[in-house]
Design a protein around this ligand. Structure first.
Ligand code: SF4
Ligand code: SF4
Length: 270
């Protein structure tokens, strides 16, 4: 999910889970923090949950301060990237992550999925350990990164585990599925602005989505049992999963989401 203006430096080496590479990143290395500049990091829903909670911010405030909106290439779906800032006394063209400090990442334990994978990229949106035939990992081998000169040996599988991407990929899986599905839509099938707004709200602005569920006509329209209501009120991950299930029903007419029989039928909107 990391895109970079330096993609020309990506090595065309296809890696699977058992492929090995030598790499070590540590504060003593000469290039320390160089990779946290001049890149484009697309944030996933779980990235936002971790980061906003780390900073103690409501989702709307986090989005306003730390992200920039983008339309995802080939899908037209709205996503956000981490907003990088110009650094004082540096080249005006150079921008750095707002969380980088001399001694490293300020939010290291809650850093985004892309930062965890680095220096690996995933040539697929599915982000799972056992990739399909046309999916593979690759090195984002940027010239300034000296970690490849170190002597620590990893398999891709070990690296993913060590960096804690598994839980991120697991929680983001349904969301990634949306992106992949939308890419396979015929080009003439467009989503309405309203549907894109719903996708954005569920994906990134969970506080607003919670408010939408509990304080609009949502619960008059849809059947949601008490246990689920209690769960999504208290648990953001459950709320995200619930939202994605609703979106899936809305967009693809899939799943067991139910409208109440006594309300006017509202056509699923694309
Ligand atoms: S979130 Fe942390 S690891 Fe990721 S780019 Fe920013 S400073 Fe670097
Ligand atoms: S450039 Fe590579 S080795 Fe240097 S800090 Fe970043 S990931 Fe670590």
């Amino acid at each position: 999910m990391k895109t970079t203006d330096r993609m020309a430096s990506v090595e065309p080496v296809r890696l699977g889970p058992e492929n090995t590479f030598k790499f070590k990143c540590h504060p003593g290395i000469e290039c320390f923090t160089q990779c946290c500049r001049d890149i484009n990091i697309i944030l996933t829903p779980y990235d936002i949950i971790r980061m906003k909670n780390r900073l103690g911010l409501p989702s709307e405030e986090f989005l306003a301060i730390y992200t920039e909106p983008q339309l995802l290439e080939k899908t037209g779906l709205p996503v956000v990237t981490l907003k990088f800032l110009e650094e004082q006394g540096k080249d005006a063209q150079s921008k750095a992550c707002p969380f980088i400090r001399e001694n490293g990442c300020l939010i290291y334990d809650d850093r985004p999925t892309t930062c965890r994978y680095y220096p690996l990229g995933v040539a697929s949106l599915s982000h799972k350990e056992d990739l399909a035939d046309d999916e593979f990992y690759f090195f984002v081998h940027e010239p300034h990164c000296l970690g490849f000169k170190e002597d620590k040996l990893w398999t891709v599988r070990e690296w993913r585990k060590d960096q804690g991407v598994d839980i991120h990929d697991q929680i983001n899986a349904e969301w990634i599925d949306f992106l992949v599905r939308k890419r396979s839509f015929p080009p003439n099938m467009q989503l309405t602005e309203k549907t894109k707004q719903m996708f954005f709200m569920v994906s990134y602005n969970l506080d607003k989505f919670r408010d939408f569920v509990f304080n609009s006509t949502f619960l008059q329209r849809y059947e949601v049992d008490e246990t689920t209501l209690e769960k999504i009120k208290a648990d953001e991950i459950a709320l995200l999963k619930f939202g994605l299930k609703w979106l899936k029903w809305l967009l693809f007419k899939e799943g067991d989401f139910k409208m109440k029989p006594d309300v006017d039928t509202i056509k699923p909107r694309r």
